[in-house]
Ligand binder design. Structure first.
Ligand code: TA6
Length: 276
């Protein structure tokens, strides 16, 4: 079914009323509303739904590159490419990108990227599986670049990263160590390395928390654009930094994954909402 922007999307539902929308463009989850009526994901009111521009919000699938960590443009090309539906049910969908290796001469590797989304009443699980269908090893970095909706960024903190090393993208990748919960009083753009597989966004303003449980992704990127970056993004409201936060399971600072011909890599994230 297509939406107001004329783009094809799949709508997932549970009998108790949870819902999620997944666009075929970029296999891009744009919403996750729990059965208890909570919007877990953030979607910018200024997002343009005009391929190849990535949708601003939800979960951009960054593959085969995170950020500038490789030869391609920012965040690779999967998020700007049409996927196809290979299976679906009322509450789940699997999308496939069959890359020929000719999408971008800077990345001459054929691969298949499968993105599966499973919706439950108070949780959403997303899995991405990359298969090297070529005859040469392929290196990739990647991320599920998830935008979360928050009540007010100054009432939010992130637990689970205390004592974890990170590189600060705002200080040229300077290595630092997290001391206590992550709080937000300025722009934050950090790649946490070799992180625990459970990270929690505690939203005191909403009286709820989202527990992120990941597998396969060694790293986690934490980003809030704050004031100046928000103004600089044409597809993002000047004040929207106050009501969003990105926590991105990633293969990034810990180094690229090298996938041998015929081999497969899988990363997953599960997002579970609960009350404080
Ligand atoms: O979230 C990490 C990050 O690399 C930030 O540095 C910022 O660039 C963000 O991704 C958004 O990137 P995009 O290309 O989607 O505007």
């Amino acid at each position: 079914k297509d939406d107001a922007h004329g783009l094809d999307k799949v709508v997932l539902k549970t009998p108790q009323g949870a819902s999620s929308e997944v666009f075929l463009h970029g296999a891009h989850v744009t919403s996750f509303k729990t059965a208890s009526g909570k919007d877990v994901m953030f979607l910018s009111k200024e997002s343009v739904f005009k391929p190849p521009k990535a949708i601003r919000g939800g979960v951009p699938v960054c593959f085969p590159q995170f950020g500038q960590l490789g030869p391609l443009g920012q965040h690779g090309f999967a998020r700007n490419t049409a996927f196809e539906v290979v299976e679906s049910s009322d509450s789940s969908v699997t999308l496939l990108l069959k890359a020929s290796g000719r999408e971008d001469e800077r990345y001459p590797h054929p691969f298949e990227l499968r993105v599966s989304v499973k919706l439950e009443d108070e949780a959403l699980t997303q899995e991405m599986t990359a298969t090297n269908t070529g005859d040469k090893p392929m290196d990739f970095t990647c991320a599920l670049h998830t935008y979360f909706s928050v009540s007010s960024i100054e009432k939010v903190h992130v637990e689970g990263l205390d004592g974890v090393g990170y590189t600060d993208s705002l200080q040229g990748g300077k290595p630092l160590t997290q001391d206590g919960p992550v709080v937000f009083r300025q722009e934050v753009d950090r790649i946490y390395l070799a992180t625990p597989d459970t990270i929690k966004i505690v939203d005191e303003g909403a009286g709820s928390c989202v527990e992120i449980t990941k597998t396969g992704f060694p790293d986690a990127v934490v980003w809030n654009p704050w004031i100046d970056k928000s103004k600089a993004m044409g597809d993002f409201g000047d004040d929207e930094y106050q009501v969003m936060l990105c926590i991105e399971p990633a293969v990034a600072g810990s180094g690229a994954v090298t996938l041998a011909p015929g081999k497969r890599w899988t990363g997953t994230q599960s997002l579970a909402l609960s009350n404080l």
